[in-house]
Design a binder for this molecule. Structure first.
Ligand SMILES: NCc1[nH]cc(CCC(=O)O)c1CC(=O)O
Length: 309
């Protein structure tokens, strides 16, 4: 029997801490354990220290996960709790993500000041976002809008709205729900018009592949439908070679044994978009995602990808 507390690694942000606490609470309930059986270990990641540049310019996804992976390798933590959206498409040898918690709403939420929705914003209004996907999708809906880089936590963004640096911003509904901040939302973006990033809303739990006991401990909190969706969405991203310079959206919906995937890739200004839809059995999630990525990549053509670097 394991005698020391299970060390749950997380980023130190409020959202990350809420995700780690949810993971601990689900483990406590599944195994009839008390808080004493767990230790939440907050770690600062390099992504947390960069506030003034778009993540796409400073190295993208791995930024939030690398320190947690290092801590798994050197034994400071036993599991790492991630926003799946921030996870790189390939994991280092020796680590695996075997567990996904039930997905929150994957939609994006709009927090508007001059108007409650993007459609109702006045001509030439400004929206703050540093996500290339959100920027491209906003431009696709409303080419007249001005998009400015916006980063930081929810409080920072709300202050920037108060200072009129922008008239609205977009955040993941999932994060706002987990933080208990849904009252600031003025609109929810429909999935078809404003598809989410692969992995949005899903918490993934990473651990050392060699730790069979950790895998067994996590098994009862794994949500299989979310797992199938994530396998599909991550295979799609991998097939597109998910560069952080690429506006990519993709989302799988699971209904029993049936999976339906829709994805879109866009030019930075949203003027060009290529869409893909695939469906099939959940057992084929990885193949469906990979083929969707390969298909949309081929249809977009090499010219589309030039200049993304
Ligand atoms: N890149 C930051 C990030 N990573 C995950 C979420 C939201 C929560 C989620 O998708 O599970 C966010 C913030 C946001 O996009 O608003």
């Amino acid at each position: 029997m394991q005698t020391t507390a299970l060390k749950i690694g997380t980023r130190a942000s409020l959202l990350a801490m809420a995700q780690a606490t949810e993971t601990r609470d689900r483990l406590m309930a599944a195994h009839g354990l008390t808080e004493a059986a767990f230790e939440i270990v907050p770690l600062t990641t390099s992504g947390d220290q960069i506030q003034d540049k778009p993540l796409s310019e400073v190295g993208g996804k791995g930024l939030f996960t690398k320190e947690l992976q290092d801590a798994l390798f050197d034994g400071r933590i036993d599991i790492a709790v991630h926003s799946s959206k921030d996870m790189a498409t390939t994991l280092p040898e020796g680590l695996e993500v075997s567990t996904f918690l039930p997905r929150e709403d994957p939609r994006d939420a709009f927090i508007g000041r001059l108007a409650p929705s993007i459609a109702e914003l006045p001509q030439g209004a400004t929206v703050g976002s540093s996500s290339l996907r959100r920027q491209a999708l906003i431009k696709r809906m409303r080419p007249d809008l001005n998009v400015v880089i916006f980063r930081g936590n929810v409080q920072t963004r709300l202050r920037k709205l108060d200072e009129k640096i922008a008239d609205g911003t977009i955040l993941a509904h999932a994060g706002l729900r987990r933080l208990g901040l849904t009252e600031i939302i003025t609109d929810l973006m429909p999935l078809e018009k404003f598809p989410p990033a692969p992995g949005q809303g899903a918490i993934g739990i990473e651990h050392r592949s060699a730790d069979g006991w950790v895998k067994d401990l996590l098994a009862p909190i794994h949500h299989a439908p979310t797992g199938y969706a994530l396998v599909c969405e991550r295979a799609y991203l991998r097939a597109l070679d998910g560069s952080c310079r690429t506006p990519i959206a993709g989302h799988a919906i699971i209904d029993g044994d049936h999976l339906s995937f829709s994805g879109i890739i866009l030019s930075l200004d949203g003027s060009e978009a290529h869409e893909v839809r695939r469906e099939g059995h959940v057992a084929d999630a990885a193949r469906i995602g990979r083929e969707a990525g390969e298909d949309v990549r081929a249809r977009a053509g090499t010219r589309f990808f030039e200049g993304w670097g």
